[in-house]
Design a protein around this ligand. Structure first.
Ligand SMILES: Cc1cc2nc3c(=O)[nH]c(=O)nc-3n(C[C@H](O)[C@H](O)[C@H](O)COP(=O)(O)OP(=O)(O)OC[C@H]3O[C@@H](n4cnc5c(N)ncnc54)[C@H](O)[C@@H]3O)c2cc1C
Length: 378
């Protein structure tokens, strides 16, 4: 991969830098989840209005059809500007690419633009109380009733459901075939009485995710994605995008957390301690490795149109490194990092979920072993 910018790439970067300079997002409000969400939603709208919401999406879907290098420049510049994450991350990273891959032209026409503009927020209704890693064991049922499906069941850990208009819902539509074959993938409207959202409070004190209680919810047949019985394949598209995409988005964020920590270590003098300096050096190295591995994933997406199983490696490396980084931050900042409301306390506590969300580290290691390294199945 040639990392020297062509004149077009330099022009792209300068255009983005100018836009970012004129559209400073400012500081996110802290301590109020709804206000912070509204801030990120507003930021995504501004990105959309400027044509920057999803540069790597094809132009026909509202993106810029950015090349690999332009996408890399985009993420780097967002990191440099310490820009917040857009509100509709699950829409942009998961629902959008899945609808592009499996949707009918009507579905693509209907759903993609409101994802970009953050007009319609998406959540992911996969996990259930007894089906997480073993997703295919899920029990939520969908039964056909004329032109509609009637859905009953329970989902859990549904991030952002309290803001979502749509849910990527995987449900069982056939009880009589092997478990992977009996699933279908629906685009479920969250705005109906039959769908109840109950928040779950996390270690950080915020309620980022929820339980969903679904009691005879109605989904039009036109909202089936990828055809009846194909839910497993469609869900894999979502999961591969989640692992590759999250790793990419979050490595940019990790760089900005590391830069802030370097400032902290410089200002309180702890950088003079050779052990701290050594650990910071390792964090820098890991962040760079992650960045380059994430680029490799991006080139797979550009070559084959879809992320490959190596996206699992990015997510695994990211969660491990973020855990180490936030622990180092606590050591550098000292007792303040354990105080409610301190930004480092939040980072430290939130990082605990990183090795679980989007696929646990154990599952990702299995995928890397079997599908990337070609080792025999356990
Ligand atoms: C912050 C956060 C946000 C989330 N957001 C969402 C969301 O928006 N939507 C959604 O659907 N889900 C979401 N999840 C749920 C997440 O996807 C699941 O928690 C995850 O898939 C693990 O499932 P589980 O919790 O049921 O654990 P289990 O699958 O029960 O696993 C328990 C333990 O057993 C290990 N294990 C299980 N199977 C194997 C195996 N075959 N080999 C080796 N070890 C194994 C696991 O690694 C884990 O350590 C979120 C989770 C978190 C933490």
């Amino acid at each position: 991969m040639d990392l020297t910018f062509s004149p077009e790439e330099t022009e792209f970067r300068d255009e983005l830098r100018t836009w970012l300079a004129e559209n400073d997002p400012g500081e996110a409000p802290r301590g109020d989840e709804d206000a912070e969400y509204a801030f990120r939603r507003d930021w995504q709208r501004r990105l959309y209005d400027g044509g920057w919401a999803a540069v790597h999406w094809p132009p026909e879907y509202g993106g810029r059809g950015a090349t690999l290098m332009q996408s890399a420049i985009f993420f780097e510049e967002m990191g440099r500007a310490r820009a917040p994450l857009p509100a509709n991350v699950l829409g942009l990273l998961l629902a959008g690419p899945t609808i592009m891959a499996w949707g009918t032209p009507e579905q693509q026409e209907r759903y993609l633009t409101p994802i970009l503009s953050a007009e319609e927020i998406w959540c992911q209704g996969f996990s259930e109380p007894e089906a997480g890693s073993d997703l295919a064991a899920l029990k939520t049922r969908a039964v056909r009733d004329g032109d509609e499906w009637v859905v009953t069941g329970q989902k859990v850990w549904t991030s952002g459901a309290q803001y979502a208009k749509w849910c990527m819902l995987v449900a069982r539509t056939d009880q009589d075939v092997p478990k992977h074959k009996g699933l279908s993938y629906f685009l479920m409207d969250m705005e109906q009485e039959a769908v109840q959202v109950r928040p779950l409070v996390q270690l950080t004190g915020e309620a980022e995710f929820n339980e969903l209680f679904i009691e005879e919810a109605r989904i039009p047949h036109a909202n089936l994605l990828g055809g009846e019985g194909n839910g497993w394949k469609v869900a894999l598209t979502t999961l591969m995008n989640e692992r590759a995409g999250l790793g990419f988005f979050l490595q940019v964020r990790m760089r900005s957390v590391l830069d802030r920590l370097l400032e902290e270590a410089t200002s309180n003098g702890s950088i003079e301690d050779p052990v701290v300096a050594d650990r910071l050096g390792e964090m820098h190295l890991r962040t760079e490795i992650l960045r380059l591995t994430a680029y490799r994933g991006l080139s797979t997406i550009q070559k084959y149109g879809q992320p490959g199983p190596e996206g699992s490696l990015t997510k695994w490396l990211w969660s491990e490194t973020n855990g180490m980084l936030t622990q180092l931050a606590a050591d550098i900042v000292g007792a303040d990092a354990l105080t409610t409301g301190n930004e480092w306390a939040y980072e430290l506590l939130r990082a605990r979920g990183n090795s679980i969300e989007g696929g646990t580290t154990e599952i990702l290691k299995n995928i890397v072993a079997e599908r990337v390294l070609g080792l025999p199945r356990a």
